[in-house]
Design a protein around this ligand. Structure first.
Ligand code: ZN
Ligand code: ZN
Ligand code: FE
Length: 744
């Protein structure tokens, strides 16, 4: 007796070879019926023996296509007279479902071996792809994902490609970006059309800076071993010291320069293909200006087919940094590149597959065998994050620096790719555009808009405009960090969470940044913080280690000021003294990040920063050169029912040691101290609240030395430590946490 079932499968099931997989499975099991793509789901009808239908579903769950992600299967028996004689794939339909968009996938091994095969018709074809690899988010114009709704629509398939596209047994069955030499996009150097990859290599060898159009935008590329060119790139890009990412030919090349452990190797070759921060073994010929004052190098492997073709003719590491001017969004269109990068690049490499959505390379590091995402972009976004609560349709606007926003409903959050610093005008425009794109493509009309409490954030201004149309709510920055961790790790129990970062506007009007919370998804309480200290000199002072240090000395160690800053301008000194002593034009802050800046400056490691976090990063790098196990004294007292951590004794001892001890020893001892503070507070709170779960969220936990030291100590004492896995611990992750206010 034959039975008929309707099956609906939700998740990432489009553009990942799902239909041919189902088609083949049905044929193998002798089942008939049909399948079609709908919005965010596939719909299947199967007819056949009950046993075989059961096997069919088991197989779908057990062994789905590698890039798919099944979120839910619905099965319903239907009673029909209709007899189906074969299994067929029918045209896509649209309905009111959930949309999912696949991230962009690095070229797969099957495609690479075809590209290397001289007998293959796609031998050395720069845009080779299949159902398992290639661009997705960056070419999608609309959904459901079909060729005429991608930027590939202008390329009419040749008969050979058409045959593969319609053949369910082909690796390219319904591979929307399918193309070949005869029908697809092409790549060229401005003014030159032949021997492109040989010429690109020649230009690199010649010390030129190239703007190369990639998957999510333009890269600026040059020979990483050519010191003069690296200097030129730094000058032209107006980026004096922030590290550049490097693309290397293969794992062998990477292992020559860097240490690579098993987990790092796995993430380097993953389909997401991010930039991985690796410990430097020996820089050899790589210019020291690529990653100055840093023990780590940001490295990635090729991910577009044409990256491999470049390395066929060039055997050295290549700088591949975002094609933009300092903080602006990455450039994505050919004409835009000519305009914006004309003063940086000598040579332009274009192609004519349009990029519908710009996206940067992602950045990750591995610590304690776990992946930590610093920048969530290509390969990851916009894959949805499943959360353990149900939310109304909501839009969370994120923070100011390293901004991302989140759009979501029910138990899914779609976090935007890394957008950048909203203070930049073009970035703000890109931000608004991307929000509109997400709303349009994902078909989620937000009913609730959530923004950061900071009155001066541009996202707060942005939210104001919507007050008439929807419910607008705000959430404190570090509480958003707290909830971000809970949603990221699906933590339902109570947890103690350290939220340490640079700055965030506090509920009492002070600048927070060294906060301790206890709570759960339902409620959170601030139970402790670093003692407030003053910083004089307005908005920009908070970004200047020197102003922080001078402020601290005026307040607590005025007798040391002249000695540590003998060249201080008497006028500046007088003004700052006035501000601190009278309490005018100053911030009070509990920021842990700013204490790192303070120590970095006192040790004369860095007085002025050229990029966010630089002083703290260089302090960490200095500390890595010492094995010192000691820590400084600190004081914890109680005030208004909260623990307050007083840094005075720490700084007092550091000032005493400055003349006697080596910088790395002091820097290391300071790291040990922060780690010890976390341990002591954890034990105090465990005693009171009977909680063993400890969480970390906030930019300070990008500090790998601190992270490892502290995790180790806490584990030894029987704590379970939770760090971010799916979203960044820095402000790139807070839009996820803000979504808590959308809770039903
Ligand atoms: Zn492929
Ligand atoms: Zn073709
Ligand atoms: Fe933050």
């Amino acid at each position: 007796m034959h039975k008929t079932y309707k099956i609906k499968i939700y998740g990432i099931v489009q553009g990942v070879g799902f239909r041919p997989f189902i088609f083949k499975l049905a044929k193998d099991l002798n089942l008939t019926g049909w399948i079609f793509n709908s919005t965010g789901s596939v719909h299947i009808l199967v007819q056949g023996q009950e046993e075989r239908i059961k096997l069919f579903i088991d197989n779908i769950l057990k062994d789905p296509p590698p890039l798919s992600r099944i979120e839910k299967i619905e099965k319903e028996r239907i009673f029909t007279e209709e007899i189906f004689n074969e299994f067929s794939i029918i045209e896509s339909k649209e309905d009111q479902g959930f949309n999912f968009i696949s991230p962009d996938i690095a070229v797969c091994d099957d495609c690479l071996s075809e590209m290397r095969d001289p007998r293959d018709r796609r031998y050395k074809y720069p845009f080779i792809n299949c159902t398992n690899c290639g661009p997705r988010y960056t070419i999608i114009l609309d959904l459901p994902y079909d060729r005429d709704k991608t930027t590939m629509k202008i390329f009419e398939m040749c008969s050979e490609c058409e045959r593969e596209y319609t053949d369910p047994s082909s690796r390219r069955f319904h591979a929307q970006p399918i193309s070949c030499y005869d029908c697809g996009p092409s790549i060229w150097i401005e003014g030159e059309r032949t021997d492109i990859f040989e010429k690109i290599a020649d230009y690199l060898k010649d010390g030129k800076i190239l703007a190369i159009k990639g998957i999510g935008g333009f890269h600026l590329a040059c020979d990483a071993t050519n010191h003069k060119t690296v200097i030129k790139l730094r000058e032209r890009k107006k980026r004096p010291s922030k590290p550049f990412a490097i693309m290397m030919k293969d794992l062998d090349m990477i292992k020559k320069y860097c240490y690579v452990n098993e987990e790092e190797e796995k993430i380097l070759i993953s389909k997401e293909r991010p930039i991985v921060l690796l410990r430097i073994k020996n820089l050899y010929d790589i210019s020291p200006l690529v990653s100055p004052n840093n023990e780590y190098l940001g490295v990635m492997l090729p991910y577009a087919p044409y990256h491999y073709l470049i390395f066929d003719h060039f055997d050295k590491p290549i700088i591949m940094t975002s094609g933009n001017l300092s903080d602006e969004p990455i450039v994505k269109d050919n004409h835009e590149a000519k305009e914006k990068l004309k003063n940086i690049a000598d040579i332009f490499v274009f192609h004519n597959r349009e990029i519908s959505h710009r996206i940067d390379d992602s950045v990750v590091f591995i610590e304690n065998k776990e992946v930590n995402i610093i920048r969530r972009a290509r390969g990851y976004a916009p894959e949805p994050i499943k959360i353990p609560i149900k939310i109304k349709p909501s839009l969370a606007l994120g923070g100011e620096l390293k901004n991302t926003f989140s759009l979501g409903k029910e138990n899914y959050v779609f976090m935007s790719p890394h957008i950048g610093d909203l203070k930049d005008k073009d970035t703000l425009t890109a931000y608004e555009e991307t929000i509109n794109e997400f709303i349009r493509l994902l078909k989620i009309e937000p009913e609730i808009l959530i923004h950061d409490l900071h009155p001066q954030y541009l996202s707060t201004d942005f939210a104001e405009k919507f007050k008439r149309y929807m419910e607008v709510k705000s959430i404190q920055h570090h509480k958003a960090h707290f909830f971000s961790l809970l949603l990221d790790r699906e933590i339902k129990d109570e947890i103690i969470c350290f939220s340490f970062d640079g700055t965030g506007y506090g509920e009492d009007g002070n600048i927070w940044g060294g906060e301790v919370f206890v709570g759960s998804i339902d409620k959170v309480e601030r139970v402790g913080h670093f003692k407030y200290f003053p910083i004089a000199g307005g908005n920009y002072a908070i970004e200047s280690p020197k102003k922080i240090a001078i402020s601290y000395l005026i307040k607590y160690f005025p007798e040391k000021l002249e000695k540590l800053f003998p060249n201080i301008d008497p006028f500046e000194k007088e003004i700052m003294e006035k501000m601190i002593n009278k309490g005018e034009n100053i911030f009070y802050t509990s920021s842990c990040g700013r204490i790192f800046d303070l120590v970095s400056c006192l040790l004369k490691i860095r007085e002025h920063i050229e990029y966010e976090g630089q002083a703290a990063i260089e302090l960490e790098m200095t500390a890595m050169r010492s094995e010192n196990q000691k820590y400084y004294n600190f004081r914890i007292f109680e005030e208004n029912n909260k623990f307050v951590i007083d840094t005075y004794p720490i700084i007092e001892e550091i000032l005493y040691e400055i003349e006697k001890k080596e910088k790395p020893d002091i820097a290391r001892k300071f790291h040990n101290t922060i780690s010890q503070i976390i341990l002591v507070i954890s034990e105090m709170l465990r005693e009171i609240f009977k909680i063993k779960k400890i969480g970390f969220s906030g930019g300070v936990f990008q500090n790998r030395l601190l992270l490892t030291l502290t995790t180790l100590k806490l584990n030894e004492r029987g704590f379970q430590v939770y760090t971010h896995k799916k979203v960044p611990t820095n402000d790139g992750g807070i839009s996820l946490g803000q979504m808590i206010l959308g809770k039903e």
